[in-house]
Design a protein around this ligand. Sequence first.
Ligand SMILES: NC(=O)c1ccc[n+]([C@@H]2O[C@H](COP(=O)([O-])OP(=O)(O)OC[C@H]3O[C@@H](n4cnc5c(N)ncnc54)[C@H](OP(=O)(O)O)[C@@H]3O)[C@@H](O)[C@H]2O)c1
Length: 295
Amino acid sequence: MTGTTSAGTVRLADDLVLTRMGYGAIQLAGPMAWGPPKDRDAAKSVLRAVVDLGITHIDTSDYYGPHTVNELIRETLHPYPAGLHVVTKVGARRGPDKSWPAALSRDELVQAVHDNLEHLGVESLDLVNLRMTDSREAAITGPFSVLAGLQRDGLIRHLGVSNVSGEQVAAAQSIAPVVAVQNFYNLAVRADDALVDQCAEQGIAFVPFFPLGGFRPLQSGVLDEVAAGLGISRMQVALAWLLQRSPTILLIPGTSSVAHLRENAGAAGVDLPAEAVAALNAVGTAGRFAPWEQR
Ligand SMILES: NC(=O)c1ccc[n+]([C@@H]2O[C@H](COP(=O)([O-])OP(=O)(O)OC[C@H]3O[C@@H](n4cnc5c(N)ncnc54)[C@H](OP(=O)(O)O)[C@@H]3O)[C@@H](O)[C@H]2O)c1
């Protein structure tokens, strides 16, 4: 097993080269992504370890906390090392009850971009994902056009989309280039298999959120058997499976722990044998829920 960078990088643009093993910062806010964290110093140690591991892709949003995670990133890492990309998302906000209502109006999107710029301490954002609602039918062109306008103004370098169907990706592409798609996808939840392939064909990053199952951690006897056979952890198997699934899949596993971060980064060097991949392929479901949580 070798280091984080052994899974390589994906070049999404000349100024946007991301390590396939990245880091999702949501867990730094605390439970339910609601800040402040119990231990700010521990959260900052995780961010320093991310950079020490050679990871160049940190996924965040100003609504994690809210604001807390971006403030932690700025306090710990600004001025940002060359090559590090902090990728953010807009399109939701937090209610006082910790809910995640949509925030897709022009005013809300413009405000969210300015909040990210301020809290991250930058003059332009490397990559902004437009997070749509859970409906795959929603019209994306209106809100995506707002972000494309901010890109023309120089506030955003590159655009991505999140929580979307293939049709919504195509609709966004009719307005401006899309370099990344961020959707719920993992070993067990495979509803977006076709979109994963569509992204690879077009050279677009597919960035699965909840790669480890999110609020409901992955569970599978097959995962445990493969992990035991290879002498690695079940989370490393789950991440290695995603890396072999498509050359344009980029990982952003979330953790609040340096030990888990190092463990997850180790998955970059795991080469799964073909028979393990075949067994793991059978765990998935084409639905939007894992097999153990079908409703
Ligand atoms: N676009 C969207 O709508 C959207 C939605 C959700 C998330 N996201 C992004 O996706 C990223 C990943 O999502 P996520 O963090 O919610 O889910 P995840 O990566 O699937 O799972 C994170 C959970 O797994 C635990 N964990 C991490 N590494 C572990 C390990 N090696 N062993 C055991 N447990 C481990 C974490 O706890 P510990 O802290 O204890 O390690 C945490 O509870 C987020 O950071 C966020 O940036 C995007």
